[in-house]
Design a protein around this ligand. Sequence first.
Ligand code: HEC
Length: 394
Amino acid sequence: MDYDVTTWLNLCLRWLHVIAGVAWIGASFYFVWLDNNLRPPAPERNGVKGELWAVHGGGFYHSQKYMVAPAHMPDHLHWFKWEAYTTWLSGFALLIVLYYVGAPVYLIDASRHAFSQAGAIATGLAFIFGGLLVYEALCRSPLGQKPRLFGLAWFLALAGAAYALTRLFSDRGAFIHVGAIIGTAMVGNVFLVIIPNQRRIVADMLAGRPVDPRLGAMGKQRSVHNNYMTLPVIFIMISNHYPVVTGHPLAWLLLAMISLGGVSIRHFFNLRHHGIIRHEFLFIGAMLVFAVSIVASHRPKPPEVASDVPFATAQAIVQKHCVMCHSAAPTHKGFTAPPNGAAFDTPAGMARYAPRIRERAVDSASMPLGNETHITDAERAQLGAWIKAGAKTQ
Ligand code: HEC
C-alpha cells in the first residue's frame, strides 16, 4: 500500500478549514448585517437599543440588541467563538503540513532568498506573530479611535509585509503568509478582545456590578475590523488558482489593489444595510479589480526566440524542468503522484496541458515550483512559442 499521510492530512485540514471558515464568516456577516439593520424598538422598551424582525426558512425571528446588557442574565446564552478558533487552528495546521514540512518545495525560492528550512519557518512565524503585535499596537494607540487613519495605517503595514514576503518567499508562500497575518489578527480579535470582554460583561452582571459600556464598544470595533478584512483574506485563499496575479513581478501591488477593492465593496454593502446607497464604493471596487487585470497583463518582455520551436525542444525543456514532479511516477522527493493529476511525461500529456503550462510557466513564473531547476527566461519563451504554434507533438 502506498499511503501518503501528508496528502490525506492536507485534504482533511483544508476541508475543515473551509467549513469552519464558512461558519465563522457567515455568522460574522450575519451579525454585521443585523447590527446595521437594527431599528429603534417600537414601542420603546427599557434598555433595548434596536430590534429587527426577519422571516427565514418559514419562521419569523425577532432580534433585539441591548444598550449594554439585559437586566437579567438569560439562562441560555450562546457564545460565538469556536467557528473562529477552529478556522485558525485548522489553517495553522495546514500551514505547517504544507508550507513548513514542505518548505523546500512550497515556501523557499532560492532565487529570492536561500533560506534553510528552519530559517524560512522562523521568518514566516515572525511575520505572522509580528503582524499580530503591530495590529494590536495600532488598535490600542490613539489611531485606534480614528477608523479611517487606522485603516490606512494597517493597510500600509500589510502592503509592506506583502512586498517583503514576495521578495523572500515563493509566490504562494508569500501570499499565504499575508493571509495568515490577516487571519491571525482576525482570530486575535475574537480571542484577545471580543470574548474576554464579553466574559467581563457577564461576570459584572452576575455580580450586580455596573457594566462598563467601553467593553462592548471595543468588541464592536474589532468586529468591524474583521468585517473589512474578510474579503481580502478570502481572495488570498483562492489566489493560488491565479498565477497571473501571484506570479507577477508586482504581485504585492496587485494584492494590495484587490484587497482595497474588496474593502470598498464591503463598505458599499455595510452602508446599504443602513439604507444608504453609495454606488461609488461598488464602482471603486470594480475599477480596482479592472486595474489589476490591466497591470497584470503588462509583463516584462520575454526574450526573442524563433517562432518555430520543434516539439523535441519543448519536450527536452519539460523533461529537464517539470517531469520529476509532473509524471505518472514522480522521482522528486515528497511526490508520489503527479500534482493535481497533471503529468507531462508523454507527448499527449504535454499537448493536453499546453494552455495550463503556458499559464504557469510562460505567462507567469509560478512553475517550476520555487524554480528549483533554474529554468531560464529563454526556455520559458521557447515553451510559449511551441504552444502558440499549436502545441504540436510531431
Ligand atoms: C517540485 C515539483 C514541481 C516541478 C519541478 C514543477 N511543478 Fe508544476 N506543480 C507542482 C505542484 C505541487 C502543483 C500543484 C500545486 C499548484 O497548483 O501550485 C503543480 C501544478 C502545476 C500546474 C497546474 C495543474 C492543474 O491543472 O492544476 C501546471 C500547469 C504546472 N504545474 C506546470 C508545470 C511546468 C510546465 C513545470 C516545468 C516547467 C512544472 N510545473 C514543474 C509541482 C511541480
